[in-house]
Design a protein. Structure first.
Length: 255
């Protein structure tokens, strides 16, 4: 049984880059990939936070700082990670921001910043990583971390976030079609509520209780649970899955 599980879910010899991995969902994903045997590059806007997360994950994880919305920063990131790890087989586009604000009062700069990080960032990282994957000739796996807000608005004030993630879903499908001949799969996950450092403040205002009242499984997710689903979608077990958007919300959207 152990050999079968290793064959399906093991990532020995694979090189993974995870953005926004200094904390929260990204760190949960990076940890799961490392546990499965992958060499992982932990990327975060704050290099110190990336370094701390990489040290916590262990297993030879390396750290890198990057602003995913900046073209030159992304190009340098992918180049440096590919050099340090010897290539890139897996890319997880997790970096994202989620400020709140109603459309009627929204500053264009806030809208543009959300789009720059949540949508342009994954495009830039995908573009650069695919070039490395193609040069290796062995294919690869790309996973985009979207949101249930891309499918149904959860709360007033998240329109720019939801729109950016809706665009990410379409980027996922379009890239899956484009890169299929290269044996590069592209999928997305849509988490619901997840308890992270970034959501704790909002949850403190009673939002967590409101969410959990509606979630059939009765609670929000942990970053490690999102990491487990992510591991599946970049593992050999999912080699025939591409262009898929998988909801991971404890049943929230069926209520």
């Amino acid at each position: 049984m152990a050999n079968v599980l290793t064959e399906l879910f093991g990532l020995e010899g694979r090189r993974a880059l995870v953005t926004g991995a200094g904390s929260g969902i990204g760190k949960g994903i990076a940890r799961r990939l490392a546990q499965a045997g992958a060499k992982v590059a932990v990327c975060d806007l704050e290099a110190d936070r990336a370094a701390a997360a990489a040290a916590e994950i262990g297993s030879g994880a390396i750290a890198a700082g990057c602003d995913v919305s900046d073209e030159a920063s992304v190009a340098a990131l992918v180049r440096d990670v590919a050099e340090q790890l010897g290539g890139i087989d897996i890319l997880v586009n997790n970096a994202g921001i989620y400020p709140t604000g109603p459309v009627a009062e929204m500053d264009v700069a806030d809208w543009d910043r959300v789009m720059a990080v949540n949508l342009r960032g994954p495009m830039l990282c995908t573009r650069e990583a695919v070039r490395v994957m193609r040069s290796g000739g062995a294919g690869g796996a790309i996973l985009n971390v979207s949101s249930i807000d891309s499918l149904h608005p959860s709360f007033v004030g998240m329109s720019h976030y939801g729109a950016s993630k809706g665009g990410l879903n379409m980027l996922t499908r379009s890239a899956a079609l484009e890169f299929a001949p290269d044996r590069i799969t592209v999928n997305a996950i849509c988490p619901g509520g997840v308890e992270t450092e970034g959501t704790q403040a909002a949850f403190g205002d009673g939002l967590k209780d409101q969410l959990e009242e509606r979630i059939p499984l009765g609670r929000v997710a942990t970053p490690d649970e999102i990491g487990a689903v992510s591991l599946f979608l970049v593992s050999p077990a999912a080699r025939y899955i591409t262009g898929t958007t998988l909801v991971v919300d404890g049943g929230y959207l069926i209520t």
